[in-house]
Design a protein around this ligand. Sequence first.
Ligand SMILES: *Cc1c(COP(=O)(O)O)cnc(C)c1O
Length: 379
Amino acid sequence: MTRKVFNFSPGPALIPEPVLRQAADEMLDWQGTGMSVMEVSHRGKDFMALHARAIADLRELLAIPPNYKVLFMQGGALAENAIVPLNLMGDAGQADYLLTGQWSLKSAREAARYGQVNIVADAAGAAGADAPGAKGAYTHIPEQSVWKLSREAAYLHLCTSETIEGVEFQRDPIVGLGEHEVSPDVPIVADMSSHILSRVIDVSRYGCLYGGAQKNIGPAGLTFVIVREDLIGRAHRLCPSAFNYQVVADNDSMFNTPPTFGIYLAGLVFEWLKAQGGVAAIEAINIEKARMLYDAIDGSGLYQNRVSRTDRSRMNVTFFLRDERLNEAFLADAREAGLMNLKGHRVVGGMRASIYNAMPIEGVRALVAFMRDFEQRRG
Ligand SMILES: *Cc1c(COP(=O)(O)O)cnc(C)c1O
């Protein structure tokens, strides 16, 4: 039995089939315990071993340096929008935010409840995201040379993969003492929800990486935080203990009951990824999948992508039908062909194919074939 459809959902998103199969096989009896993994103590030795292995695998996959802690938390990436300033703003009371799309915009707005937010650049233009029509305006990442970085900021926040618009950083920001470089004294905090583990990154350029699991790691409800040790321990006194990086780190992510099933499934995804050859190997496949889809879009008279070519996302491919009256027919015919959840985010409109790590290349091939066929019939 194989799955009947290809699911292009932006999140919660598809999970590798072998992972779901293994989870199904062990559902009623995990490792001979006679219980499901959901039913065992998070402090029991079996689960503790699973937890340690998941962290070790994530460390290996991302080549996380030893002076970083890996925390598994809850509350989604949006809760991190508050947890980050509560933990990292410290005495500076201010932080820099780069606006490149809806997610970084949300992050900046939430952070402004806790301190001063400096906008280093707004990709929606001078008018900003509140201008009429600006909602579709996030189509590029401003060059680092135009960022207005402040020396006093406790950190610089980025969203390196804007899931809604399909805009993605193609390289890590440049850290250094040069004029346009991010000062090593201002740690970079990045929301990597939708492209973590999809490409090789240099973790040492960042002070803190975080995100929700439900795009590229596992089920919703689990979040990951990878934070440099020297940034831990500056939390505001009103920061809830369960969200205090220090408390969570000191308790090995077990200050309170962690999302055990999510950690279990994430662990299986990490094992699956290692079996694929690791992040560099999956990145090569991701490059090929994205190339196939963008080539199909660029080579057609019906489809159009509006993101600046150098900033196009490999994970979330957004496109529009030049004749928007065909949108409903496109989606209905796609569903008929087993190609699910292609509708774009309501803020942007159009279409979006999320092709995370778990999307097999056959899924992209099927989508490209469908798009060509639809264009021939209806375009
Ligand atoms: C999905 C997503 C979020 C929101 O995550 P929640 O788990 O719903 O809080 C935030 N940032 C990015 C980049 C995302 O893709």
